[in-house]
Design a protein around this ligand. Structure first.
Ligand code: GLN
Length: 249
């Protein structure tokens, strides 16, 4: 069997890294390595122009950030618009958390009332209250579907932004808020797009979600996308504990 290799572009790793969001890259790297797959990680840094062809990547990843950081990087992100659109058309997997999720929509009106233009790749938009205490904070559980199977995604949310006009949400909220306060749905998704408010980092608590991303990325290459099971005893014990604790309330 030929060697399997994936390329991941981590955008703004030093700016969009709330609650250890960069840990998602570590989880992907670890779960790839366990299957003998090499995950090569590239970075796109703010105000450091590069010629990376984003379509040459298999996964593009953006973490979350506070309003201030989102303002800071908005222009740089806009300068990447064409490359991100092209990568999306070329079926590169897009994973975005919170602040990154918001900026791929039409716009984010932040808690100062300032409108940060988004890339408009997706048609949702986000507005935050100018009351800075008005935030959705806490543990959250969302039920999504991964290749026809229901899966409970566990995470932590902390956002002022309320996202509406979401055509295809990531999942149904079982505990917590989601796209809007006391909402019924959370995030946005397509077969090769996951945009979510869940920090945690997301993938450490949800190993099957990490594997879904890895196999979708391999599938696009035409490579063997089967992933041998690995020892997830600790992860599963943690999930069981959290699901019992949070869903029994
Ligand atoms: N600043 C945005 C908000 O408050 C995103 C926050 C985040 O990434 N956690 O809605």
């Amino acid at each position: 069997m030929s060697e399997r290799k994936l390329k991941l572009l981590h955008m703004y790793p030093n700016v969009l890294d709330l609650y250890g969001d960069s840990g998602n890259v570590e989880v992907l790297r670890y779960r790839c390595a366990q299957r003998g797959i090499t995950l090569e990680v590239y970075q796109h840094l703010m105000n450091k122009p590069d010629n990376t062809d984003f379509s040459d990547m298999d996964i593009i990843y953006l973490g979350g950030g506070a309003d201030y950081e989102q303002q800071l990087l908005a222009d740089d992100l806009m300068s990447c618009k064409d490359r991100i659109f092209k990568a999306y058309e070329n079926k590169v997997f897009l994973l975005m958390i919170c602040g990154g999720y918001q900026l791929l929509g039409k716009y984010y009106k932040d808690s100062n009332g300032e409108r940060i233009p988004g890339l408009g790749l997706f048609s949702y938009h986000t507005e935050a209250s100018t009351n800075k205490r008005d935030r959705c904070i806490g543990n959250i559980i969302v039920e999504t579907e991964l290749v026809g199977k229901k899966y409970k995604v566990i995470g932590f949310e902390n956002h002022g932004g309320q996202t509406t006009d979401v055509k295809t949400p990531f999942g149904k909220v079982l505990h917590g808020n989601g796209n809007v306060r006391s909402g019924e749905t959370e995030g946005y998704c397509e077969e090769r797009v996951i945009a979510t408010y869940l920090h945690g980092p997301l993938l450490s608590k949800n190993p099957q979600l990490a594997d879904y991303i890895i196999s979708k990325a391999l599938e696009r290459q035409g490579a063997d996308s089967t992933l041998a099971p690995i020892n997830d005893k600790l992860e599963e014990a943690c999930r069981k504990e959290l699901l019992t604790r949070l869903l029994s309330k």
